[in-house]
Each structure stands twice: as structure tokens, then as C-alpha cells.
Design a protein around this ligand. Structure first.
Ligand code: NIG
Ligand code: FE
Length: 419
């Protein structure tokens, strides 16, 4: 058995519990001083005062990991990404800077459709190798669990290639990956006059293919004007629920369509984006415990107004933060940028942002019983910040403070020393 003791940390910080924090609970960060963590194999055995540990355990059995001058916290959970795709869209990004809108580019045949073409042309190995590099970057930012969506295949053959790539990445890379099936990401040309028929195709052919191979736990849909509207979205989400999937929705990103309300109605685990969600929709989400997953780097990249995080938290909703890493609307997986935008533009306290990226991120992928906090019995997913105080996470904006990452009890990343 591998046994480690993490000692001498400046601070150990964590939320407590195994479900999403709501409203003001998002500020209930616990700070341990003069405390240690014991790891046994992949799990946390103990966290708390050194003196108590000495009475309960034979500490000589544990190999020492010295955390002098470090802040220790749970690994980040990035609960919304489009990790696996072919090609890139740097030309489009520059077209947007010159004034074109995301939807204009999409309607002209670019956008998601161009990534669908590139993903079709890529081999599974190419997809895996490319995504591995991104996972390495994420690990260096302290991300220990990530959600990954399909949706650049649309039809079963290429969707399956993407989902297989995700499965391999989960086995071959230290980061744990939670897989989401999102064939309802764009309406293929063949169905452009009748998106509902494509929804029927997904229900009849897509969901069973994913279920029978255990490719994904979640189903997601791009609910948006001129993509999949409320009626089609409701049909797919209900069918997915019946087939045993958990639900997510890309909701109210570009126009206010009622995506937040739909998320509450169908019992989604999370609704994501919510830049234009109605106040009533937010209240309904809060009431039904649907997590508001906010993606401020996408708003930043699209130069849109940010989601109203303060209103959501004031309504006692649970807020998660995620990157939305994808080749189009948000080609970044930067956790430091996420902290900066959440703090400076959305008015989230540093404690709320930590909550949103740990326990609430874990809850958004239905894993809050296993990860998201540092507590006995949870997975030993632990990161070390090279900082005197956890408040450096937003104060030292834009800077990656992560110095070491322990994933499932093993050190899998340590910052290179200067040579
Ligand atoms: O979450 N809005 C739809 N899907 C992604 C963008 C995907 C893309 O542009 O390739 C999003 O922003
Ligand atoms: Fe997305």
C-alpha cells in the first residue's frame, strides 16, 4: 500500500460535503492550519490537526511530502469541455475580431460545421494524440477531472470515433474524463430544413449506440435559436432520460429561448452558459437544484456580456465554473483566466470561485461523492499552490500557481525547475 503524509503546508483549504453548495454556502471555505493530510493508495485517509493524527496513526509508516510554503487544495474539476476535435479555427477567431459574429460565421457554413469536417478527416489516433497535449496543459493548471463532449461527428460513425478517443484518453492519461454524448450540437446539412428529424435519428440510432457501448453518462444539446429550439430539445432530453442518461443543456447562450426553464423542467444536472437566461428561469433552476455552469472565457472570447452570477447566487442557486474549451467560441483551458474573469467581471468572491471549480464542478458531473473536497474517503486529488495564501488565486491574476499535482494518490505533475 502507498502511504503518504503531506505536512508543513501554509494552509489546507477545502469545502466539505458531497453535494453542490448553494447560494451563501459557496463562501463556506474551511481553512486548516498546522494540519496534515494522510493518503493511502488512491484515497484520503485523514485530514486535520497534526496532534490528533499523531494519536490515531503511526505516522512513521507514511512517506513524507513536504508542502512548506504551499497552499494545498482539491484538484480543479473542469465540468464543461469539447476536448476532442480535428483541425483548428484560428482564421475564424480573427474574422470575429474584425467584426463577424459567431452566428454569422456558423450560418455561412463555418463554425461547428468546419470542425465536423476536420474531425471526420482525422484518425482516432490523431484525435487522441492532439487531446493528450491539451490534457497535459490542463493537468499543469491543476485540473484532475474533466468532462468531454462529443458533437463534432453528428452522425454515428464519427461520433463513435470521438467517443472511443475519449475512452482511450481516460485510460491513457492521469486526468479522469467524464464523457458526454452531444450529437445535437449542430443541424447537419442533410436535415437543415427539418431539425426534428435529426433529433429522431439521434433518439433512434445515436442514444442506443452510446448506451450499448457505455460510451457516455451524459447527454447534452445546443439549445439555441436556429439550432435546436425548445420543442426539439425537450424531445431529445426526455428520450435520453428514459434511456438512462443524465442531462446537460447549452442554454440561453446567444438569445433568451427558455433553456434555463427547460433544464428545470426535465431535471438536468446542469444548464451551461446562461448568458441570457431569464430571472424566472434562474429561480426555477435554483428551486430544482439544477447547477448553473458558467463559462466566462466564452463570453470573453465572444465579447458578450457575462452571465449574472451574483443574481444566481442570491437566488440560492449552485454555480459551477468551467472552461468550455473548444476550437471555436473558446480556445482556452486557462484556469487562471477563469478565476480572473469570475472575480473581476462576475463579482464572484475567491471562495465562491474555488467552490465553483471544485465541489460544484464535481456535482455538475455527478461525482461530488467521490471528488471535489479534501475529506477522508474521497479520492486523493490534491494540488499544491506556490503561494502564501489561497487568495492569491484571484489576486495574482492570470498566473498559474500550481506547483504539484497528486492524482488518485500519485504525484503526476511537478513544475519544472529552471535549467
Ligand atoms: O459551448 N455553443 C455551442 N458549442 C460550443 C462551441 C463549439 C464550437 O464553436 O465549436 C460552446 O460554445
Ligand atoms: Fe460548450
Amino acid at each position: 500500500m502507498n502511504k503518504y503524509i503531506i505536512k508543513n503546508a501554509n494552509q489546507i483549504i477545502t469545502f466539505k460535503g458531497d453535494e453542490a453548495k448553494k447560494g451563501s454556502e459557496m463562501n463556506d471555505l474551511k481553512i486548516f492550519f498546522d494540519s496534515i493530510i494522510l493518503i493511502e493508495d488512491d484515497l484520503i485517509k485523514y485530514i486535520g490537526p497534526k496532534d490528533e493524527a499523531k494519536r490515531k496513526f503511526n505516522l512513521d509508516e507514511y512517506e513524507i511530502i513536504d508542502a512548506k510554503d504551499k497552499v494545498i487544495m482539491p484538484g480543479f474539476v473542469d465540468s464543461h469541455t469539447h476536448l476532442v476535435f480535428g483541425g483548428y479555427r484560428q482564421e475564424e477567431f480573427n474574422m470575429r475580431l474584425a467584426g463577424a459574429s459567431y452566428m454569422e460565421i456558423m450560418e455561412a457554413g463555418g463554425g461547428i460545421a468546419s470542425t465536423v469536417k476536420a474531425t471526420k478527416e482525422a484518425t482516432e489516433d490523431e484525435l487522441v494524440n492532439k487531446a493528450k497535449k491539451v490534457l497535459d496543459q490542463m493537468l499543469a493548471f491543476g485540473v484532475t477531472t474533466v468532462e468531454a463532449k462529443s458533437g463534432y461527428g453528428l452522425f454515428n460513425d464519427v461520433e463513435e470515433k470521438q467517443l472511443k478517443a475519449v475512452k482511450r484518453l481516460n485510460n491513457e492519461h492521469p486526468i479522469d474524463i467524464i464523457s458526454t454524448y452531444m450529437a445535437a450540437h449542430a443541424v447537419p446539412n442533410e436535415y437543415k430544413d427539418n431539425p426534428e428529424e435529426f433529433i429522431d435519428y439521434i433518439i433512434e440510432k445515436g442514444l442506443p449506440m452510446v448506451k450499448s457501448n457505455s460510451y457516455a453518462e451524459f447527454v447534452d444539446i445546443f439549445t439555441e435559436k436556429n439550432v435546436f429550439e425548445i420543442k426539439e430539445s425537450e424531445k431529445l432530453l426526455n428520450a435520453a432520460k428514459e434511456q438512462g442518461f443524465k442531462l446537460k443543456i447549452h442554454a440561453d447562450e446567444i438569445v433568451q429561448l427558455g433553456g434555463a426553464e427547460l433544464a428545470a423542467k426535465v431535471g438536468a444536472i446542469s444548464a451551461d452558459h446562461l448568458l441570457n437566461a431569464s430571472e424566472d428561469g434562474i429561480r426555477k433552476m435554483a428551486k430544482h437544484g439544477v447547477i448553473c455552469t458558467l463559462l466566462p472565457m466564452t463570453a470573453f472570447s465572444l465579447k458578450e456580456d457575462y452571465a449574472n452570477a451574483r443574481f444566481m447566487i442570491d437566488q440560492n442557486a449552485s454555480v459551477a465554473l468551467a472552461s468550455d474549451f473548444n476550437p471555436g467560441s473558446c480556445f482556452s483551458n486557462s484556469i487562471p483566466l477563469l478565476f480572473a474573469l469570475a472575480g473581476i467581471y462576475m463579482g464572484m468572491s475567491v471562495e465562491e470561485s474555488i467552490c465553483a471549480l471544485t465541489i460544484n464542478g464535481a456535482a455538475a458531473i455527478d461525482k461530488a461523492k467521490e471528488i471535489g473536497t479534501l475529506e477522508a474517503g474521497k479520492k486523493a486529488d490534491i494540488i499544491f499552490l506556490d503561494a502564501p495564501d489561497y487568495k492569491f488565486l484571484n489576486y495574482n491574476f492570470g498566473v498559474n500557481l500550481v506547483q504539484r499535482v497528486i492524482k488518485s494518490g500519485k504525484t503526476v505533475y511537478q513544475r519544472n525547475l529552471r535549467v
